[in-house]
Design a protein around this ligand. Structure first.
Ligand SMILES: Nc1ncnc2c1ncn2[C@@H]1O[C@H](COP(=O)(O)OP(=O)(O)OP(=O)(O)O)[C@@H](O)[C@H]1O
Length: 228
């Protein structure tokens, strides 16, 4: 039996207007991501990887088409409802860590949990467990500026999964790291996905890292296409 569908995009269109130029980036894109699955999104620069991830992560609205998270249609939801779904069901990791500079690693991971209404001691316990899992428990009290690039990204990944989302979306999470660091950050991310059973879609230019995922997809002529 196939695992439950965590994320579904159907017939997604997205265009941008730049002066007189009309850029049609996504044209009827369809994509399905199931619980427990890891998918790499590997496509040339400018083809719409970030656009697709932002639409899937409810950060942007498509011009047409539908986004379903855990079977729930998010297209007609108002901004408040979309924010609620984003907070509970989606974790997002960017190329640059986007951690809050004035807070420690531990506090950065606690933050989304506190916003979601979890008690402080529970949030702290879970944040510490995630840091240990990412093998940076000894960096819990350090601020982002005191961490290496690989450590910052591992904290960002831990923060993204702190609220146990259904879907993890990552936009070039290792694009800013040297190959060796990128390798172990990717391995840590994959192990975490496996352990938690969430579904993950990760955009990367790195074909070697992409080969570690269950599936690879690309974007061709505005559509999501499976790769061998
Ligand atoms: N807000 C915007 N306004 C106008 N054009 C945009 C906007 N956002 C993205 N684009 C254009 O849409 C296209 C797709 O952008 P996107 O960032 O999704 O590509 P990408 O595949 O993630 O690229 P990269 O690998 O370089 O990050 C690009 O040509 C980009 O210039």
């Amino acid at each position: 039996m196939n695992a439950r569908v965590a994320l579904q995009l159907s017939g997604v269109d997205r265009h941008y207007s730049q002066g007189d130029t009309f850029l049609s980036i996504l044209k009827g894109a369809d994509f399905t991501l199931r619980a427990g699955e890891t998918v790499a999104l590997v496509a040339p620069s400018g083809t719409g990887k970030s656009t697709l991830l932002h639409i899937a992560g409810l950060l942007e609205r498509p011009d047409a088409g539908e986004v379903l998270i855990n079977g729930r249609s998010c297209g007609t939801m108002n901004d408040e409802a979309r924010t609620a779904v984003r907070r509970s069901d989606i974790g997002f990791v960017y190329q640059f860590h986007h951690l809050l500079p004035e807070f420690t690693a531990l506090e950065n991971i606690m933050m989304p949990q506190l916003i979601a209404g979890l008690g402080k001691s529970e949030a702290k316990e879970r944040a510490a467990a995630l840091l240990d899992y990412m093998r940076i428990g000894h960096r819990a009290e350090h601020r982002p500026s005191e961490l290496s690039g690989g450590e910052q990204q591992r904290v960002a990944i831990a923060r993204a999964v702190a609220n146990a989302p259904l879907v993890l979306l990552a936009d070039e999470p290792t694009g800013n790291l040297d190959p060796e660091t990128a390798g172990y950050v990717f391995e840590a991310l994959k192990a975490l996905v496996r352990q938690s059973g969430l579904a993950a879609m990760i955009a990367t230019h790195n074909h070697q890292l992409a080969s570690l995922m269950d599936r690879r997809v690309t974007i061709e002529d505005g559509k999501v296409v499976e790769q061998a």
